[in-house]
Design a protein. Structure first.
Lengths: 162, 162
DNA sequence: TATTGTTATACTCTATAACTATA
DNA sequence: TATAGTTATAGAGTATAACAATA
């Protein structure tokens, strides 16, 4: 589109970006949350979903690794795992090497639920995106990559004090 | 930048967009939440902040208008107001015309806290954005406008059933 | 009776502090 | 004693269902 030619002129200030983010991100988040939680079979909250993502991507995950990755305190992660274990989606096993550590894994049902939730939410989001032009999708996709990089959990903002 | 010339070629599918959103938005949200809540004087949660935004923008706000705008149930909105009233940030008055309705307003302290939280969070976000190029800020700003439009609370996803 | 709020109840998310078990 | 987790405690966010007050 035409505006892209003069993108540099139209670039908002850092402060303008901040304002827009503060308006846009919580709205999207609410939508995602509703979709996740409202889904009949899966019915996950966003943090639960993120926990499943982490464990499905990480072999021999420990509680503390999960906490760090998700930006949670260790007790919060532990309770989340409790809940997922109770729901039959995750398993805790004492790590063989160091029996203080826990080794997390998804049950088959956990994997299935995870995939269902992912699919359902992606479909709901994609349905919204269908109304966008290719250009707009490009902008959204690009912005998400920038933001993921800028706000990845490892980079500071969590700063567990002490 | 070069890629922008061929933006249409690189535009992700709706589904790709969805995936990226699901990765990026929760990270940003966590950052915002930490900033809001962690701020010494203000110390607001995101929903509290959003409630203050709504009331500060809306004359003679009612509980149900607030609930609808924020995508909350009416009881949830009512409890949020309780909390903000207890903290001295908001006031409830019976509406004169229709005494079932409530008329919400910010106290002077509420206005001050709101502005402090807004400023502090914007500054924290803007600090991150300073490392971006003008081009990247353009992409982020543009995406936020698109997303705000696409996921504005009034447009369906809330769908309070019955 | 229909509408606006509030109360009751129940879960999840999250933190900090105190504790337990293993190294 | 240091480290990995868990339990205890507390407060916020949220929903649905039942209730109260006003129109």
């Amino acid at each position: 589109m035409q505006q892209l030619q003069s993108a540099t002129n139209l670039a908002p200030s850092s402060d303008g970006c901040a304002r827009e983010l503060l308006a846009g991100v919580p709205s999207v988040m609410r939508f995602i949350r509703c979709q996740m939680r409202g889904h009949r079979e899966a019915g996950l909250t966003v943090p639960q979903f993120r926990a499943l993502v982490f464990v499905s991507h990480t072999d021999d995950s420990s509680i503390s690794a999960m906490a760090e990755h998700l930006g949670l305190s260790v007790p919060a992660a532990s309770r989340m795992v409790d809940l997922l274990v109770r729901r039959g989606l995750m398993e805790r096993q004492a790590s063989l090497g160091d029996r203080r550590c826990v080794s997390l894994s998804l049950t088959p049902q956990g994997k299935a639920t995870f995939r269902t939730a992912l699919r359902a939410t992606q479909v709901a989001l994609a349905r919204r995106f269908k109304t966008l032009s290719a250009q707009e999708r490009y902008v959204v996709g690009g912005a998400m990559q920038i933001l993921s990089r800028l706000f990845s959990p490892r980079d500071g903002e969590v700063e567990r004090r002490k």
